[in-house]
Design a protein around this ligand. Structure first.
Ligand code: ZN
Length: 270
């Protein structure tokens, strides 16, 4: 599943192809993805200048004068820039033709992605209740400490809650808690401010590292057979239950927490 780093890599890769270009045509090969594609997409996009491409959580916002096209890659989606005459495959659902002679093509075999419309000056319902961006200054140890007081939920579930902070999926939660030395099942409300400071720094380090790693292989990612680079990132705990801890050699424990697979080291995390 595309995680925040992959969406950010997509944004960084697409921006030079899109910014300042005009959309000449929209091709919708089906009426819906996860949800119906609203009429505004076909009606309003042609002729519009692309002002920019933003990311909020795992959503991409293609900014135009009348509003923004809101895209989510879902479980299996990808966006590529191709020559206009590149033949469309079975799962190529949407094309945005550009005045550069290229098309932005949205491919999504499982169709959990979406393409929606956000009028100018409004915030789409999907974006309203999201917490801060993990790489922004709004997210730090003090923020985590304040928002966790009185919370009995596990620190891992608290960190993965999109109302706490966006874009920290299962892989990044497990790896950040390991780096910060915090046991994932510990109640969020019990963790001290200094430990939350380490956790916020770990989240930022790991996400920024994943973006840098993915960035180095972005040219592969935009090819039809492309894979994102972050899968090759070294993982300390995620997916390593029963294997030795890379820090101390103890056997890593595994459990399900909030219905998500969780792996940690009893020796390094408390
Ligand atoms: Zn260990």
């Amino acid at each position: 599943m595309p995680e925040l780093p992959e969406v950010e890599i997509t944004r960084l890769g697409l921006t030079p192809e899109l910014e300042g270009r005009r959309i000449t045509a929209v091709t919708l090969r089906r009426p819906d993805l996860r949800w119906p594609i609203p009429g505004e997409i076909a009606a309003l996009l042609p002729g519009e200048l692309i002002l920019g491409l933003r990311r909020r959580a795992k959503y991409l916002l293609l900014d135009l004068a009348p509003g923004s096209a809101l895209l989510h890659l879902g479980m299996s989606g990808s966006l590529r820039v191709l020559d206009r005459d590149a033949p469309a495959g079975r799962h190529d659902h949407v094309d945005l033709a550009l005045d550069s002679g290229k098309v932005v093509r949205f491919n999504d075999p499982r169709r959990f992605g979406c393409l929606l419309w956000q009028p100018r000056g409004e915030t789409h319902a999907l974006l309203r209740d999201l917490g801060p961006e993990p790489l922004s200054d709004l997210f730090d140890g003090n923020y985590l400490f304040r928002h966790s007081r009185g919370r009995q939920t596990s620190v891992k579930a608290f960190l993965m809650d999109q109302a706490t902070v966006v874009g920290v999926g299962n892989i990044y939660a497990a790896e950040s808690l390991f780096q910060a030395g915090i046991a994932p099942g510990r109640p969020a409300g019990e963790i001290t401010r200094p430990r939350y400071k380490r956790l916020a720094e770990a989240v930022k380090d790991i996400l920024a590292h994943a973006i840098r790693c993915g960035g180095t292989t972005f040219r592969d990612f935009i090819r039809p057979d492309g894979r994102p680079g972050y899968f090759e990132q070294e993982l300390f705990v995620y997916g390593r239950e029963g294997e030795p801890c890379l820090n101390c050699g103890a056997i890593l424990r595994g459990n399900r927490l909030g219905n998500r697979a969780t792996v940690w080291c009893d020796h390094c995390q408390a």
